[in-house]
Ligand binder design. Structure first.
Ligand code: UTP
Length: 290
């Protein structure tokens, strides 16, 4: 059975991006011409997923509204004959079915996933973090679904990071069973320098089995006093198995100011209308910097 639902937790406070995120959810910050959350929803739709479960909190209703039907705006655009814009706005609300679940307090990513248990039920599902963008020829989630189909165990997406970045991520240690696919032997959240030899960092894409909910119910607060998804995944690994997949593509942490700027440059360069002009502009800037 392949996953039909994608859980997207968006209930975090976005403190790394203050003051921008005081009122605006970080997932609504715009990369070129779309909020980051739309890129993620487009990725899951392109991977064949039919339903998104948003884990929200107070102050995040703009995200739900973005994917909802907007009677006033659509009527206005239709009356003005702005059909191109009307189509764009309609496409967003037609993209996917969205269900929301509230996380009443930001107790961590693991907790955010746990609150979706009733809505997801007894089936495998995808988790995508609301601020991790992956630019790839074949959508990252689609690549991972192929790994899940083969091994039938949970899969986390990993990328190789520099030695000095290891302590900022959940790190997977494992044995490579085919090119880019690892059977995970240990998973550790934000390891202290020198405590792991692996540089495989878990990024915000997961294919999970429903057994993760039981693992989450047995997970105590970890790093930062939060219920860590990484800790629950390590229980799942011990009891069933877990794979790490080195995806093909480039990931941006759009919840971080520098990552957000890098994403903006890359997506702008790839933009069908703006790309050419933007490339010329960057060349000019680069000449001035020399
Ligand atoms: P982050 O740690 O990147 O998000 O969590 P954050 O807490 O919003 O950001 P900072 O670190 O304060 O800047 C990864 C993802 O998990 C969600 C966040 O919304 C983000 O998409 N999350 C995190 C929750 O939904 N609930 C939580 O309790 C924690």
């Amino acid at each position: 059975m392949l996953p039909k639902k994608a859980v997207i937790p968006v209930a975090g406070l976005g403190t790394r991006f203050l003051p921008a995120t005081k009122v605006i959810p970080k997932e609504m910050l715009t990369v070129v011409d779309r909020p980051t959350i739309q890129y993620i929803v487009e990725e899951v739709v392109a991977s064949g997923i039919k339903e998104v479960v948003l884990v929200t909190a107070s102050g995040k209703s703009a995200i739900e509204d973005h994917f909802d039907y907007s009677f006033e705006l659509e009527t206005f655009l239709a009356q003005k004959g702005k059909l191109d814009l009307l189509n764009q706005v309609r496409q967003i609300s037609n993209l996917i079915e969205v269900v929301s679940v509230r996380q009443k307090r930001p107790l961590g990513l693991g907790h955010a996933v746990h609150v979706t248990e009733q809505v997801v039920g007894d089936q495998p599902f995808v988790v995508c973090l609301g601020d991790d963008l992956v630019e790839a020829e074949e959508p990252c989630v689609y690549q991972m679904l192929k790994v899940f189909e083969k091994y039938q165990e949970a899969v986390v997406a990993v990328q190789e990071v520099a030695e000095e970045e290891v302590e900022r991520y959940g790190i997977a240690e494992g044995e490579e069973v085919e090119p880019g696919v690892y059977r995970v032997k240990r998973l550790v959240e934000k390891p202290k320098p020198g405590t792991t030899s692996s540089r495989l960092a878990v990024i915000g894409r997961y294919i999970l089995r429903p057994e993760i909910y039981d693992c989450l119910s047995r997970t105590l607060p970890g790093v930062g006093g939060e219920i860590q998804l990484t800790d629950a995944l390590d229980i799942l690994r011990k009891e069933r198995g877990l794979y790490a997949y080195k995806f093909k593509g480039r990931r941006f942490d759009a919840g971080d100011k520098l990552g957000f700027l890098q994403a903006t440059v890359h997506y702008a360069l790839d933009h069908p209308e703006l790309g050419g002009q933007f490339r010329e502009y960057l060349k000019e800037i680069a000449r001035q910097l020399d």
